[in-house]
Design a protein around this ligand. Structure first.
Ligand SMILES: Cc1cc2nc3c(=O)[nH]c(=O)nc-3n(C[C@H](O)[C@H](O)[C@H](O)COP(=O)(O)O)c2cc1C
Length: 215
């Protein structure tokens, strides 16, 4: 089946992309309202884009033309946020934080999240999350009129001690983080089904049987 995006509406495009670009990591973003109210929400249009500077990004589907959800409004105001990652033991609380609460509701309290102080910014991380990135806002880029891409520079990251093999060498035991990804709709996937595939040095790529991949 061929899908021509010029003939598809927003919802159809979203469904096609969301059902196929999987699994997606989830940014569980904590932010601070102007009056100090804590906010948390998951965003699965999320990834990492660089290391020097270290850049993460996620995109917000506006509720109306200028509305950036509470997360985006807070980031615009405070110029900072924390991206916490989601482990399987956090799934239920992550889902509660996705409820469309009004801005004055403290979503840490609603979801039973414990704030842990960040070192470089005012916004706390989620103590129950095994990985958290303290970010300073770099840019909010409009993607059309109903979505915005939020890019943040990672100033520091926190990793659960249990998963740190060697801090000096920056070795992390990823399996111990029990991270989850988002599949289609309300389906999630654990990252425990590992396939190990070492890279092939070009000098090892012998063309004994002629060029090309032979299954
Ligand atoms: C797993 C998951 C992933 C989500 N990803 C996104 C996303 O990428 N972009 C988005 O705008 N909303 C996404 N949502 C919906 C927001 O989390 C939801 O609108 C939330 O209430 C926003 O909260 P806020 O108003 O406190 O910022 C997602 C929800 C879930 C459960």
């Amino acid at each position: 089946m061929h899908f021509d995006f010029a003939k598809l509406d927003r919802q159809q495009r979203y469904k096609l992309l969301g059902a196929t670009v999987v699994p997606r990591p989830i940014a569980w973003v904590s932010t601070l309202n102007a009056d100090g109210t804590l906010n948390a929400a998951p965003f699965s249009f999320f990834n990492v884009f660089g290391e020097a500077p270290a850049v993460v990004g996620f995109s917000i589907l506006h509720r109306s033309a200028s509305d950036l959800k509470d997360t985006g409004q807070n980031i615009r105001m405070q110029q900072e946020f924390v991206v916490n990652l989601v482990s399987d033991e956090n799934l239920e609380q992550m889902n509660i934080s996705a409820i469309e609460f009004p801005p004055e509701i403290d979503e840490f309290t609603e979801a039973g999240l414990i704030p842990a102080p960040s070192e470089h910014i005012k916004t706390p991380r989620i103590a129950q999350s095994r990985v958290a990135f303290e970010c300073r806002l770099m840019q909010i880029i409009p993607l059309g009129d109903m979505r915005s891409l939020v890019l943040g520079e990672v100033l520091a990251m926190h990793v659960d001690d249990e998963a740190v093999l060697d801090a000096e060498r920056a070795w992390i035991d990823t399996d111990k983080l029990h991270l989850v990804g988002r599949m289609h709709a309300s389906a999630y996937v654990r990252t425990s089904d590992i396939v190990d595939l070492p890279r092939i040095p070009v000098e090892d790529w012998t063309l004994i049987d002629g060029p090309g991949y032979k299954p």
